[in-house]
Design a protein around this ligand. Structure first.
Ligand SMILES: Nc1ncnc2c1ncn2[C@@H]1O[C@H](COP(=O)(O)OP(=O)(O)O)[C@@H](O)[C@H]1O
Ligand SMILES: [Mg+2]
Length: 228
């Protein structure tokens, strides 16, 4: 049901006719289809309960859809709304290294990956810093570094700015925009903050588990502003 794309020109994330319902029978995703071009930064918008988190979790393999197909290259990086649910080690460097334990790397290789990933999010100077001493935005950057260290080409971010103040919010979205461009990553970012649409290549609008509009972020923003 879920496999890596064979064609190098294929979208980095391709979802076709995905259906997901909870054991209660509640249908959340209904023939949901979308494609994110490789090397682009797309956002996913939709009202509360429209199925955004469920879609991201099925893409990450955390939930199994009943039908449909998902194509993306593992490993996939996931960044949650609350970084305190994601960062498990006492220091920044240890946390990024922790994500590499299953990869059986030598200590110098681990060091090299951690250094590279923290430099990517401008946190190399924080490598020995305790996690508790970081701001919310810095914690989200550590979570992103964890994905970069694992060589994830695809990042899924579920309302990563929801708990941040406005300055950290814009800082984080700009950092991701830069990372996608500089490192050829592909990102799908859930938000309900329309000002973040300034920084992405395109956006999807989800309604009742289905993509009902997609494309130019400015046009989607206008559509949403007019619907309020
Ligand atoms: N663990 C769960 N068990 C049953 N229903 C759930 C669970 N998590 C979410 N839901 C329901 O699935 C629907 C979609 O939720 P979600 O994907 O979290 O929406 P969004 O992220 O767009 O707000 C909602 O109706 C929500 O109540
Ligand atoms: Mg959600």
């Amino acid at each position: 049901m879920s496999f890596a794309p064979s064609d190098p020109g294929a979208p980095a994330i391709a979802v076709r006719d995905l259906c997901f319902r909870w054991p209660s029978g509640a249908e959340v995703l209904r023939d949901c289809s979308l494609a994110v071009p490789r090397g682009q930064f797309w956002m996913l918008l939709g009202t509360n309960g429209s199925g955004k988190s469920t879609l991201l979790r099925t893409l990450a393999g955390l939930l199994q859809p009943q039908s449909g197909t998902i194509e993306l290259h593992p490993p996939v990086g996931f960044v949650f709304q609350n970084p305190d649910h994601q960062l498990v080690m006492p220091t920044v460097g240890a946390d990024v290294a922790f994500g590499l334990v299953s990869e059986k790397l030598s200590p110098p290789e681990v060091q090299q990956r951690v250094t590279y990933a923290l430099a990517a999010v401008n946190l190399l100077d924080f490598i020995r810093r305790p996690i508790y001493a970081l701001s919310g935005g810095q914690k989200q950057r550590v979570a992103i570094a964890g994905a970069i260290a694992r060589h994830c080409d695809v990042l899924l971010l579920d309302e990563p700015t929801a708990l941040l103040d406005p300055d950290s919010q814009i800082d984080l979205v700009k950092q991701l925009q830069r990372l996608v461009k500089e490192r050829g990553l592909t990102a799908l970012w859930v938000t309900h903050r329309l000002e973040e649409l300034n920084y992405c290549d395109g956006a999807f609008l989800l309604e009742q588990g289905r993509v009902v509009d997609q494309g130019n972020p400015d046009r989607l923003r206008q559509r949403l502003i007019q619907s309020f």
